[in-house]
Design a protein around this ligand. Structure first.
Ligand SMILES: C[S@@+](CC[C@H](N)C(=O)[O-])C[C@H]1O[C@@H](n2cnc3c(N)ncnc32)[C@H](O)[C@@H]1O
Length: 231
C-alpha cells in the first residue's frame, strides 16, 4: 500500500496467505490470497519490483522462492527482501541462542530461541536472513547485490540524549510492543512444540518484565538485501 501511494502510476499486488483487511486500499493496489510455497508461476514476467518482508517463518524453501522471484521479475527489475534471523544479540552483536531445556535470562532471547526451534520444526526458514546474501549473489539472474544490516534495540536501553540514540530508542519502543504481541500470538506455537503452559507463561512474563525495565542490552538484526535482475 505504501508503494502504491508513493507511485500512483504503478499497479501493485499485495500477496499474503490471509486476506488484507484494510479499508484504505489505494485504487492502484489489489490484494491476492496465495500460499507462496505453491509457486509463483502465475506471476512470471509480470513485475518490475518484488518486495518481500518478514515471511520466512511460513516459507518451506526460501532459496527456491528466490529463484521463483527471478522469473517473476522483468529484465532490469528489482528484488528487495527484508528478513530477521529469529535471534537476539548482545552489544557484541553475537547471537544469543539458548539450548533446549534452559530457563534463564535474557528472557526475550530465551523466548526467541524456543520460538525459532518451533518454527523450524514446522518447516519454516528461520535462517533465511543469514543466507540471503549468498542465495541472491549466487543466482545468475541477479547483479548489483546490496546487503544492509540494521541493529534495532529490543527495548529503549541505549543511554544518551544525542539524536542517534533518541532515534534508535524510539524504534525500540515500537519493537518492544511488537515483541509483546508476537510473544502473545506465539503461545500456541510453543505449546504445540511440547512446552508446558506454565513454562511458556513464565518465560513470556519474565520477557515482558525485562522489556519494560529496558536495562538488558539486546539487539534484533534486520537484514535487507536488494539486487537487480540482469537485462
Ligand atoms: C510477520 S508478518 C509480515 C507481514 C508483512 N509482510 C509486513 O512486513 O508487514 C508475516 C506474514 O507472512 C505471511 N505468510 C507466511 N507464510 C506465507 C506463505 N507461505 N505465503 C504467503 N504469505 C505467507 C503471513 O500470513 C503473515 O501475514
Amino acid at each position: 500500500m505504501d508503494v502504491a501511494r508513493e507511485f500512483p502510476h504503478c499497479s501493485a499486488v499485495a500477496v499474503d496467505l490471509v486476506p488484507m483487511q484494510s479499508i484504505h486500499m489505494p485504487a492502484n493496489c489489489r490484494s491476492e490470497v496465495d500460499d507462496i510455497n505453491l509457486g509463483l508461476e502465475h506471476f512470471y514476467g509480470d513485475f518490475n519490483v518484488v518486495h518481500v518482508q518478514l515471511i520466512s517463518a511460513g516459507i518451506r524453501d526460501y532459496h527456491a522462492m528466490i529463484n521463483q522471484i527471478s522469473h517473476v521479475l522483468r529484465p532490469g527489475g528489482l528484488i528487495d527482501i527484508t528478513e530477521y534471523p529469529f535471534y537476539f544479540t548482545g552489544p557484541d552483536k553475537k547471537p544469543i541462542i539458548k539450548p533446549k531445556g534452559s530457563f534463564e535470562p535474557p528472557w526475550t532471547a530465551l523466548w526467541m530461541s524456543y520460538a525459532s526451534r518451533a518454527i523450524t520444526a514446522r518447516g519454516g526458514s528461520t535462517d533465511a536472513a543469514l543466507h540471503l546474501p549468498d542465495w541472491i549473489s549466487s543466482n545468475p539472474a541477479f547483479e548489483d547485490v546490496v546487503v544492509r544490516d540494521s541493529w534495532m534495540p529490543a527495548s529503549p536501553w541505549l543511554k544518551g540524549d544525542d539524536p542517534e540514540t533518541i532515534f534508535w530508542n524510539d524504534i525500540a519502543v515500537t519493537l518492544r510492543e511488537d515483541m509483546k504481541v508476537f510473544m502473545r500470538s506465539g503461545r500456541p506455537l510453543l505449546l504445540g512444540h511440547g512446552l508446558s503452559a506454565d513454562f511458556v507463561d513464565a518465560m513470556e512474563h519474565n520477557a515482558c518484565q525485562e522489556l519494560d525495565e529496558a536495562k538488558t542490552p539486546l539487539y534484533a538484526l534486520i537484514r535487507n538485501v536488494y539486487a537487480r535482475k540482469r537485462l
